[in-house]
Design a protein around this ligand. Structure first.
Ligand code: CMC
Length: 507
């Protein structure tokens, strides 16, 4: 790695000196905010070496390879800061611990989107706009009813956000002009209002869509979002409401149980943003080609759904159920170390110590269990947690519990089905997504389409071979031809019908 210059030769200069050993040329690369511009390297060119292929484009400049974005800053942001080595998470400078203890989800949403804690009148304006935008066109009921009875709620929710966009032509740059939102950066107040209207809609309707995805599987009618409740109370109400006289809380006031509503509010604060996580990056990547924000949010949903991201809390419960009891923990950890299993809820791309959200969530779990009763899976979770934190395999790799290790247990105790857990992550994360999207649209230097590069390692140019000159062995190697798959009985019969009268052995 780097060679240290003697102190006498050191002169502090915010730049990097690079020598291209292919050409002997020296370059000075500027350093800003402890980063170097990847585009600078495009100017570092050389004649092709003996091992270079034309596709390496050696004479067109050096490329920066970063598979999986391990060390690439894709945007300048003022929203969220994570110090992964020291377990620090701050929204707009405020420590997550203070926000979880003292704030509320909609106040934190305001902070993330608009950059400062709101005054009482600002908070009241924002809250009323978000809640006002909760109700949805009654046609949406038909949309949800069109899914199969056992559809995964994330399939419904992901599609529902894209579907929602179809109602708002005025929010679609493809219809209204590509600078529909970006002209807000130049001070166009109508563009800014338009952008904020869509933000109110997206946050307001996130709970409505999520509740519809839930209720359709329960065989229950849909509920119009209530008034006079907080965001999370309204969400719980929309999920559970049966009739005007049903008793969801101890006070029989038709409001959800206060401990559960508060717990959900804190969980929503913790999940609202996490800087350039996979789904926020997806929203920005999608947003960079300037579609409507509903499409960008639908893309974020799809990204969040994966078990390496928002699907992890569901994976944790499945893992704990498969372990069964604390006595099976050592065998499970051995299987993880042999790479036969994954310890879901442990490890993080950024945190190399405990995720600060995991401590807050652990406290919330106790408060929820005091109301709902203790989940027997907690003993297995504790045993797994304690054993992993003492085991050199996990310690040496800096693998510690992340937010998902505990959140699934709380959601389970609150009675949510496992496949609904990612939905409970999406609803608050919509706030982070729109905060990043708005910041990008308001970028003074405009929006650049996110179009990364690749290192092309495929064949160089080759000539077309006529069909009758090719054999089955023309392409060899794993995954280089379509798989042979089993067909259902119906397809078999159809193919037999097509083949009737012809002799065929390949069905
Ligand atoms: N169990 C066992 N080994 C692990 C785990 C784990 N959960 N996570 C990482 N490792 C090992 C990995 O095999 C590698 O070992 P080696 O160096 O010997 O090959 C080493 O630790 C480094 O891991 P990595 O895969 O290079 O780390 P990454 O930054 O690419 O992946 C991660 C981060 C979160 C995808 C990964 O830790 C993981 O798969 N965790 C389990 C899934 C999970 O809990 N996800 C939720 C993340 S937090 C919420 C969110 O952001 O959505």
């Amino acid at each position: 790695m780097g060679k240290q210059l003697p102190a006498s030769e050191l002169k502090r200069d915010e730049s990097l000196r690079v020598v291209d050993n292919r050409t002997g040329k020296e370059y000075t690369v500027p350093i800003t905010h402890n980063s170097i511009p990847a585009n600078f390297f495009k100017g570092i060119r050389a004649a092709p070496g003996p091992n270079d292929r034309p596709e390496d484009e050696t004479e067109r400049g050096l490329r920066v390879a970063d598979r999986g974005f391990l060390n690439t800053a894709v945007i300048e942001s003022r929203i969220t800061y994570i110090d992964g080595d020291n377990g620090i998470l701050r929204y707009r400078g405020y420590p997550i611990e203070q926000l979880a203890e003292r704030s509320s989800f909609l106040e934190v949403s305001y902070l993330l989107i608009y950059g400062a804690l709101p005054s009482p009148s600002q908070l009241s304006h924002f809250t009323s706009e978000v809640l006002l935008h909760g109700p949805i066109h009654s046609d949406a009921e038909g949309f949800f009813r069109s899914f199969r009875y056992d559809a995964h709620p994330m399939s419904m929710l992901t599609s529902a956000f894209a579907y929602l966009g179809s109602y708002y032509g005025e929010a679609n740059p493809s219809l209204q002009g590509q600078d529909l939102f970006t002209k807000a950066a130049k001070g166009d107040p109508a563009a800014l209002q338009n952008m904020d209207r869509q933000i109110f809609r997206l946050i307001g309707k996130a709970t409505t869509l999520a509740a519809m995805a839930y209720r359709i599987r329960q065989g229950r009618d849909f509920v119009v979002p209530p008034t006079g409740m907080s965001y999370t109370e309204s969400f719980l109400y929309q999920l559970d409401h049966l009739s005007p006289t049903d008793h969801l809380s101890e006070s029989h006031s038709n409001k959800p149980h206060p401990v559960l509503a508060k717990a959900l509010d804190i969980l929503f604060i913790l999940h609202a943003d996490h800087e350039m996580n996979a789904s926020s990056t997806t929203v920005l990547q999608t947003g960079s080609s300037l579609p409507d924000p509903f499409s960008a949010v639908a893309a974020g949903c799809a990204s969040l759904y994966g078990p390496l991201h928002g699907g992890a809390n569901e994976a944790v419960i499945r893992m704990l159920l498969s372990i069964g009891s604390p006595k099976n923990v050592p065998a499970f950890l051995e299987a993880v170390k042999k790479r036969q299993k994954v310890l879901s809820g442990f490890g993080h791309r950024v945190y190399k110590t405990s995720d600060p959200r995991s401590f807050i969530i652990r406290k919330v779990a106790d408060e929820v269990f005091a109301v709902t009763g203790r989940d027997p899976l907690l003993d297995t979770a504790m045993a797994l947690h304690d054993a992993a934190l003492k085991d050199d395999y996990f310690v040496s790799r800096k693998l510690a519990p992340n937010v998902d290790f505990w959140s699934g247990l709380i959601y389970r105790a609150m009675g949510f089905p496992m496949d609904f857990f990612p939905v409970l992550f999406v609803v608050p994360r919509v706030v982070g997504w729109v905060a990043h999207w708005r910041q990008m649209m308001l970028s003074p230097s405009g929006v650049k389409i996110w179009r990364p590069r690749q290192l092309y390692l495929g064949p160089s140019t080759r000539d077309y071979v006529p069909l009758d000159e090719r054999t089955d062995a023309f392409q060899v190697g794993v995954g280089m031809e379509p798989s042979v798959i089993e067909h259902s009985g119906m397809t078999k019969r159809r193919k037999l019908a097509e083949a009737a009268g012809k002799v065929t052995s390949k069905l």
